[in-house]
Ligand binder design. Structure first.
Ligand code: KG4
Ligand code: ZN
Length: 342
């Protein structure tokens, strides 16, 4: 079964063709990151206009790269939410029009369900459920108990910023540009993570929630106390980056492993979302998973960590299989997103 996936929830416009829920026949990702770098973050209207320009060429290229035409597609899966409304509408309306004209089933997909499914891309071996998933990006920061391909339970979430947002805001404070995660990670490679002692927010709280806004403030004060960013030498910038990254990744890993003690039925650990590209986070999680004898996965390729349509196609594939013959229309889409998730 071949699914055409479409993803336009934020600043990426992406289309993909995925076969049988795992084999990526094509994946096109058109980013508007260069536009957003100018403003230091995503401007929703700019992202939506950019998606409107790029969506049809992206779909055409995805079909051409997969060497199929629309007739050979069994269903169309599209991110229905959450995300920036203008950007989402571009993807949903395009998918809706194509599905209507070519009489294809249309499957609305929850964006985070897509991120969970990113760990199925290119992998022949199915996961052993239940899987504990830490899914972290610029827009969300969730700890999920993944019971089955289409069944999830949220165990924890951020009470303020997502970790990706903390990286992005931290990079802005440090003058490192956008997106912040890769920029801080690159600086941190050259730095000493122990020179600055940043807080580990929520570490001692009994729940499985996260918080990053206090950490961002601590970075702001550290920079101020050093005389402002223009007076900070290169080595100190690297040390600040390393310390900040260490605090974020410690906070994420601590809650992930606290969850294992509460839910002993967990059989596998997954990382996903944009921040799962972070090498330090992967190292910490791999070490802890190994200590507990649990298999550990993160997306096979970096492009599967950040927003992409292949993961949406996979989530759509399993939703389609779980509800054969079901028809979803736009009025249902928002309700579906709400009903399925929290
Ligand atoms: O999943 P994604 O593409 O978009 C959202 O759904 O938000 O994630 C983007 C986020 C950005 O905040 C970016 O700074 C972060 O993922 N990110 C990273 C790394 N690569 C991307 N954060 C830390 N380390 C990285 N290597
Ligand atoms: Zn995302």
């Amino acid at each position: 079964m071949r699914i055409l996936g479409i993803e336009t929830s934020c600043d990426e416009t992406s289309a993909a063709v995925v076969q049988n829920g795992t084999e990526v026949l094509s994946l096109v990702i058109e980013s508007s990151v260069a536009e957003h770098a100018k403003t230091g973050g995503v401007v929703p209207e700019v992202a939506a206009r950019d998606a409107a320009h790029k969506i049809m060429p992206a779909i055409e290229k995805a079909l051409a790269d997969a060497q199929v035409d629309l007739d050979a597609i069994d269903a169309i899966a599209v991110t229905a939410g959450p995300g920036l409304m203008g950007s989402l509408l571009v993807g949903v309306e395009t998918a809706r029009a194509l599905a209507y004209l070519r009489q294809k089933p249309l499957i609305p997909v929850h964006h985070t369900m897509g991120h969970l499914s990113a760990n199925l891309l290119g992998r022949a071996k199915p996961p052993q459920f239940p899987v504990l998933v830490l899914t972290v990006s610029g827009g969300h920061n969730d700890l999920i108990l993944w019971h089955d391909y289409t069944q999830v339970q949220r165990l924890g979430q951020t009470i303020d910023d997502a970790a990706g947002e903390a990286f992005d805001k931290g990079a802005r404070i440090l003058g490192l540009g956008f997106p912040g995660g890769p920029a801080i990670a690159r600086e941190a490679e050259k730095g000493n993570p122990n020179r600055f002692d940043f807080p580990r927010p929520m570490r001692h709280s009994k729940d499985l929630n996260f918080s990053f806004s206090g950490l961002k403030t601590a970075l702001l004060y550290a920079v101020r106390d050093l005389g402002g960013i223009e007076n900070i030498p290169q080595k100190t910038l690297a040390d600040l980056s390393a310390g900040y990254q260490e605090a974020i990744t410690d906070s994420l890993a601590a809650k992930l492993f606290a969850a294992i003690d509460i839910y002993p039925e967990i059989r596998e650990i997954h990382l996903t979302g944009g921040v799962s590209a972070n090498r330090r986070l992967r190292e910490k999680c791999a070490l802890q998973a190994q200590k507990r004898g649990l298999p550990f996965r993160f997306p096979e390729k970096i492009i599967y960590c950040t927003d992409n349509a292949a993961m949406i196609a996979v989530a759509g594939f399993y939703k389609f299989k779980a509800h054969p013959g079901q028809k979803w229309d736009w009025r249902e889409v928002q309700a579906t997103v709400k009903r399925e998730w929290f």
